[in-house]
Design a protein around this ligand. Structure first.
Ligand SMILES: [Zn+2]
Length: 207
């Protein structure tokens, strides 16, 4: 397999090299729905595997991605997950990407500059939830009362989920009263995605 990281510049060291590797990781996730291996990145960018691994560890220290503990396999890179989740974003070309949480899904339309269909499930009753984003705006919500619990827990945000209604969020919250976080509307989750994607784009563009 080739990672085919189009547009990436080769043979650059330092921060430019790190940005190329980060860009390659995100581009491979977007196209293939999976993370590249260090050797695939090395082959694509014409650098040594050691350079790739060193930079992946630095990106992990920066919070940009996460490696499987004790290995060099990429587990996730905001907003994408190499491990299947219930938060799925479908692009116009039909590719389906697993995202880490109910806010990360909203990074994808801005990061990929695509209209997207989001599929997830209510964290309380498991009902299907579908959201359409076109031209950077939410154009469809089913069920219409869907809300997001914005978890204040850290990096891999396992509890930032969709709920089919405020009532189901409330019932879940009653069972987990110590859980830090807050309910937010979908518009706010979309804005968080827009801001997060812009930050990633700036990091990739810095020179
Ligand atoms: Zn529900």
């Amino acid at each position: 397999m080739t990672t085919d990281c189009r547009g990436s510049r080769s043979n650059e060291g330092g921060s430019a090299g790190r940005r190329n590797i980060y860009g390659c990781v995100l581009e491979t996730f977007r196209r293939l729905g999976k993370a590249p291996t260090p050797s695939e990145i090395a082959e694509e960018l014409k650098v040594t595997e050691n350079v790739v691994i060193e930079n992946l560890r630095a990106l992990e220290a920066d919070g940009a991605l996460k490696l499987e503990p004790g290995t060099t396999a990429i587990l996730d890179a905001y907003p994408y997950s190499a491990v299947p989740t219930k938060h799925i974003v479908q692009l116009p070309d039909g590719s389906r990407l697993h995202c880490m949480c109910a806010i990360d899904v909203f990074y994808v339309p801005f990061l990929t500059e695509s209209d997207v269909s989001i599929e997830s499930r209510c964290h309380y009753c498991d009902a299907a939830i579908r959201i359409s984003v076109d031209d950077g705006a939410i154009t469809g919500i089913d069920p219409p009362a869907t809300v997001v619990w914005d978890s204040a827990a850290t990096y891999d945000c396992p509890l930032t989920n969709f709920f089919c209604s405020q009532e189901h969020l409330r019932l879940w919250n009653e069972s987990a009263p110590a859980e830090p976080g807050q309910q937010i509307e979908l518009m706010m989750a979309l804005d968080r995605g827009r801001v997060g994607a812009a930050r990633i784009s700036r990091e990739l563009a810095d020179s």
